[in-house]
Design a protein around this ligand. Structure first.
Ligand code: MN9
Length: 290
């Protein structure tokens, strides 16, 4: 069975400080209501690149404690500050996370050799396994098939979180590295990625939409492609509405509608307006009526 992970959000208070209770409630909802297979902590959806080192540690710790061994956890520790990435990798591993993930170093257009050194440095001396976080649209770093192969020379690198709509590269990867774990990260094109043999998916929209995504995966695995496609169409109607209403703030508003205190997003992300709140209520009525 393919695995479904939610990209965990970080709850903030109105003054942009971290709301630990909100993080706990979102972890609980994912475990108790979504019956999710795992959580990806500290990624884009967690607004992680806007947090201080101490804030990141608080997020990893809060999620780890609330999860209490219930589901699989992956901690994204990548940072353009490699000392920070190493410190975070060590911190989460000592906490008990079994898998880490790291975005490549970004902004300075590093060479591939520099990127490879970065991954080897993060992993040196730490007993863990790592999933490369490939998200070229946001990181600006594209890796080729041969570059992935070169990164896999490090036996601790066990997979990829593939958030990219290059399906030829994805097909080449699943064909060449059947032993590696590839999680797909664009929720809108999950079905296309399932066809190409990914091991599962990690995404922001599964925080509320996990039941529908799981049904889609089940239909795919049962060979019922008509049903799987119908569910992907429904999912994409939902995702387009959420994106139109402002993606991350709206997922938090949807949580609020479900009685989950998810807090707000951190500036420069938007704080919810009355129009966004109204939009969120309409999305709940349209896609999650009970
Ligand atoms: O990594 C997420 N990517 C970002 C996963 O948030 C940048 C996705 O789950 C998207 O949010 C989702 C909506 O576009 O596909």
């Amino acid at each position: 069975m393919k695995k479904l992970y939610s990209a965990l959000m970080t709850a903030f208070n109105d003054d942009d400080t971290i709301n630990e209770q909100g993080i706990r409630e979102m972890v609980r909802y994912n475990i108790d209501v979504n019956h999710i297979d795992g959580l990806y902590v500290g990624g884009s959806t967690g607004e992680s690149f806007m947090l201080s080192t101490d804030e990141k540690k608080l997020v990893y710790k809060t999620a780890f404690e609330e999860n209490n061994g219930a589901v699989d956890l992956i901690a994204q520790v990548g940072s353009v500050n490699v000392s920070e990435a190493k410190e975070l990798a060590k911190y989460v591993t000592e906490l008990g996370y079994k898998t880490i993930s790291a975005v490549p170093p970004f902004y300075y257009h590093f060479t591939f050799d520099q990127i490879k050194n970065y991954y080897d440095e993060i992993l040196a001396g730490i007993d863990t396994q790592l999933i490369i976080y490939s998200i070229p649209a946001l990181s600006g770093v594209s890796l080729s098939l041969d570059q992935f192969a070169s990164l896999f020379d490090n036996p601790k690198i066990v997979g990829i979180k593939y958030t990219n709509n290059d399906f030829l590269l994805l097909e080449r990867l699943t064909e060449r590295f059947p032993e590696k774990t590839i999680y797909y990260g664009t929720d809108e094109t999950l079905l296309s990625a399932l066809v190409l043999g990914v091991d599962g998916a990690i995404g922001s929209t599964y925080n509320l939409n996990a039941p529908r995504a799981k049904q889609e995966i089940e239909a795919f695995e049962a060979g019922d492609m008509d049903k799987a496609l119908k569910l992907q169409h429904e999912t994409n109607d939902y995702i387009m509405d959420v994106i139109d209403n402002d993606l991350y703030p709206t997922i938090k508003l949807l949580f609020a509608e479900k009685g989950v205190n998810a807090g707000v997003c951190k500036s420069p992300m938007s704080k919810p307006t009355p129009e966004m709140k109204d939009g969120a209520r309409k999305i709940i009525a349209k896609y999650f009526a009970e």
